[in-house]
Design a protein around this ligand. Structure first.
Ligand code: UDP
Length: 463
């Protein structure tokens, strides 16, 4: 990966000598692989040698990272079909199937590198909770990369403790639009949903957070100025070093860790559009919607009459190939005003002057990328951490509009127009612009992320 032109002026000066080796292990999903490879690059610039252990499933493209060593391990993921499986099932499955292959691979690496380039530590995704026991057994420190926000970690701990508390009663249905007393960024309806746990998410969160607490430190892809309110709780609950050196993607040009080929032809179409006129729509790499929701999205987009760029990931509607479920004559109706692609170069799209709004599922990477480019959001969270992130975006930072009633063409049109055409949208734009400035300052010499990276490097060197 090419290094950002400004990186050497913004970030602690890289050392002239080569430092020790770090072994990293990402969860094999786009929203997890991307920040782990970005972190690997950041540490590489700081002089560390990098080895990436990865699963066979969703293997990163080695040729995009010639300066890393890669080791692939078996995961038996091909034995299950991911089409209808939820995140917690996949995470728990990988935490069983990867134990022996990971332990054997790491033990071999520690042996191989022991003389010339001893390994300082391993850094594994928080979702790979089994790796703490392996690290303990092999006597190597483990740091954790938490790929979601501080606020989500706090929220999931609160929701978990509520669902385990026998005297906690679910808030009344009638109050569902009011803010929850237990955790005000959330509404009562979010607490109802979050404490029901139909898919065993609670067990996953307990395992992840228990093993995070047992680790040697947590690395967060966030910056303090964005999440100051959550820091104290994190320091109290997780009494281990925490490093907030994000947003990682600002260290480099648009990243080369995409698992799907990005359609770059739309950049020249964006060049022909007026400043801040285009609505960018993407629901990330995992979320699915129903056929009806898909059609409502299409009608909503067409009805706004605004230019849009819509990422329709093949399979976003279960069983569909690509565009066959679009309403009749949709493409003719929108003409050159609308572009539909399978996958976009998202960071570049958000950074493009023509992009005026991002209709997003609020994955943490997408949310950070939007903040970094000062692009206001319309929020349609699907699952896991996304509903909490969307509440922060709309209720705390006030940089987006929540699509409360799901995918319904009237509500979609109204929400998009509120952001892109109303005075409310101008206020949102100003607020996200101010956050972007704070983020830029955090990256500069003496800024919070800059200092946190220095601390992380010193900490790893001390292990
Ligand atoms: N992304 C992309 N092209 C697209 C849609 C998404 O490159 O068309 C990237 C996006 O920039 C982000 C990642 O995929 O870095 C998605 O991560 P996120 O955490 O937002 O959501 P997830 O896919 O994990 O739900």
């Amino acid at each position: 990966m090419e290094i950002h032109g400004n990186a050497s002026t913004l970030w602690p000066t890289p050392p002239t000598e080569t430092r020790r080796r770090i072994v990293l292990f990402p969860m094999p999903f786009q929203g997890h692989i991307t920040p782990m490879l970005q972190l690997a690059n950041i540490l590489h610039v700081q002089g560390f040698k990098i080895t990436i252990i990865h699963t066979e499933y969703n293997s990163p493209n080695h040729s995009n990272h010639p300066h890393f060593t890669f080791k692939s391990i078996s995961d038996r993921f091909s034995e299950i079909t991911t089409a209808d499986l939820d995140a917690s099932y996949c995470f728990k499955y990988l935490n069983k199937t990867c134990v022996d292959p990971f332990r054997n691979c790491l033990a071999e690496l520690l042996e191989d590198y022991s003389d010339e380039e001893p390994v300082s530590c391993i850094i594994t995704d928080a979702g790979f909770y089994f790796t703490q026991a392996v690290a303990d057994a092999l006597k190597i420190p483990r740091l954790v990369l938490e790929t979601s926000s501080l606020g989500c970690t706090v929220a999931s701990d609160i929701l978990l403790s509520l669902s385990e508390n026998p005297s906690f009663t679910l808030p009344k249905e009638g109050d569902h639009e009011t803010l929850a007393v237990e955790f005000p960024p959330l509404k009562v309806k979010d607490v109802r949903k979050g404490t029901r746990d139909p898919k065993g998410m609670g067990e996953l969160v307990i395992n992840m957070h228990t093993q995070m607490k047992a680790s040697s430190g947590i690395i967060w892809n966030t910056f303090i100025e964005l999440e100051e309110y959550a820091l104290e709780t994190i320091f109290q609950d997780y009494q281990i070093p925490s490093f907030t050196l994000g947003p990682f993607h600002k260290y480099f040009p648009a990243s080369s860790s995409s698992l799907i080929e990005q359609d770059r032809t739309i950049l020249s179409w964006l060049d022909t559009q007026a400043p801040k006129s285009v609505l960018y729509v993407s629901f990330g790499s995992v979320a699915r919607i129903t056929e009806l929701e898909f059609q409502e999205v299409a009608h909503g987009l067409a009805n706004t009459s605004l230019p849009f760029l819509w990422v329709v990931r093949p399979g976003i509607v279960s069983g569909s190939k690509w565009l066959e479920l679009l309403p009749e004559k949709f493409l003719e109706r929108v003409g050159d005003k609308g572009r539909v692609v399978k996958w976009s170069p998202q960071q570049e799209v958000l950074a493009h002057p023509a992009t005026g709004c991002f209709w997003t599922h609020n994955g943490w990477n997408s949310t950070l990328e939007s903040i970094c480019e000062g692009v206001p959001m319309v929020c349609s969270p699907c699952f896991v951490d996304q509903p909490v992130i969307a509440r922060y975006v709309c209720n705390v930072w006030k940089i987006g509009v929540f699509l409360e009633d799901g995918f319904e063409r009237g509500g979609i049109e109204t929400a998009i127009k509120r952001v892109m055409m109303d005075e409310e949208g101008q206020e949102i734009s100003k607020r996200i612009g101010r956050l972007k400035e704070k983020m830029n300052i955090s990256l500069e010499k003496g800024g919070s992320s800059h200092e946190s990276l220095k601390s992380l490097v010193d900490y790893i060197l001390s292990l």
